[in-house]
Ligand binder design. Structure first.
Ligand SMILES: [Fe+2]
Length: 374
């Protein structure tokens, strides 16, 4: 049996940090996890939400897939399904590994050969393509935005993956950027280049007032059909936490055909299957309606967004945000039903090359709600 020690030291080192999630695991052989090892890893994921395992450069795509799948053995298809519509905002950002199609290659820059793929031209999503007020071109090297706070999920037809794994294969080094919120707070956060930022939905729920908790515990969110196509012309707030309401969403007639029974309606509070804690988990970009406790439905999009924004904004205050400082070989697993995350940063074209592998599969079940019994 593997000798396993779990270091639960905070992943964020700054004195101001109040991040209460994240753990680094040592001593695991990720290629050959025993059932006992996996039980420890599973418990760690649901207690710490984000788990970092260092020095996994040699982890095969197959092992990454099998590891990720172990968190949800009945899961099968990639989180966004077999093919992504060209109109979807996700279409440009994903490349599949031929011999392990559940594993995606993501990153930035030119890669001659990797895992059977040749002449890859990867592109890190840049906020200028999605934000209403991007950082001006001449400040782009030093400053950036959170791209989009999200839950990995199609939010239509398929359920959100339980866990996502990210492996850093190649990481450009030595540079940091300032992530500007460019919102009412004027916050500026010093971040590692190309960080992945996380906040905890559990912490967010704890930060709510009793009245807000009641609302979140008893309300449901209805997501738009084909949400990434629906919002493909809309623009994000500068802090990445939802859309500026300008009426740019596609009408139902403009969308591909959809079926009402595939539209997702989820609780706002998702229960941790191990600890029973509640997380406020709402993907603001894709929200279409709110279903209230009394059965009434709110469908004024700009009002809904404002209401959710007021609830969620506190979660991205810098003291609650963990920004992972990627090193080559880092394997990060996260509880996709308990934390939300964002891509951050912009790389210098032709100079800074980043190569990552990502794996997640649509969940075999919807998120657990407040009423679900463990
Ligand atoms: Fe993601």
């Amino acid at each position: 049996m593997t000798t396993l020690t779990i270091s639960c030291k905070p992943l964020t080192k700054s004195a101001e940090s109040q991040v209460d999630f994240g753990a680094e695991l040592h001593g695991l052989n990720m290629e050959e996890l025993t059932d006992d090892d996996f039980a420890i890893l599973h418990k760690a994921l649901y207690e710490h939400q984000v788990v970092v395992v260092k020095n996994q450069q040699n982890l095969s795509p197959k092992a990454q897939y099998e590891l990720t799948r172990r968190f949800d053995p009945s899961a099968g298809v990639y989180s966004h399904g077999k093919s992504i519509d060209k109109r979807s905002v996700l279409h440009r950002d994903l490349t599949t590994i031929p011999r392990q199609p559940q594993v995606q290659v993501i990153g930035h820059g030119f890669v001659k050969e990797y895992e059977g793929l040749t002449n890859l031209q990867l592109r890190h999503p840049h906020h200028k393509a999605f934000h209403k007020h991007p950082i001006p071109e001449d400040e782009d090297e030093g400053f950036t935005h959170f791209y989009r706070w999200h839950i990995d999920s199609a939010m239509y037809d398929l359920d959100p993956p339980l866990a996502t794994s990210l492996l850093a294969v190649q990481v450009p080094k030595g540079r940091r950027q300032i992530c500007r919120y460019d919102d009412e707070s004027g916050t500026k956060l010093d971040v590692p280049l190309g960080t992945t930022a996380f906040f905890s939905g559990y912490r967010l729920f704890e930060l709510l007032s009793e009245e807000e908790k009641h609302f979140v515990r008893t309300s449901k969110v209805e997501y738009a059909p084909h949400p990434y196509i629906w919002m493909s012309k809309a623009k994000s707030r500068s802090n990445g936490l939802g859309i500026v309401s300008e009426g740019l969403e596609l009408s139902e007639e403009e969308l591909p055909p959809f079926e009402d029974e595939k539209v997702k309606i989820y609780p706002m509070a998702w229960k941790n299957p191990v600890t029973g804690r509640l997380a406020m988990m709402v993907y603001p970009t894709c929200v279409r309606k709110i279903h209230l406790e009394d059965g009434s439905i709110l469908d004024n999009l700009s009002e809904i967004r404002e209401r959710l924004y007021r609830l969620q904004r506190r979660a991205i205050d810098p003291q609650y945000v963990y920004t992972h400082d990627w090193e080559e070989g880092d394997l990060v697993l996260f509880n996709n039903h308990g934390v939300m995350h964002s891509i951050v940063g912009s790389f210098k074209d032709g100079v800074e090359v980043r190569l990552f592998r990502q794996c997640n599969m649509a969940g075999s079940r919807p998120p657990l709600g407040p009423e679900d019994i463990l």
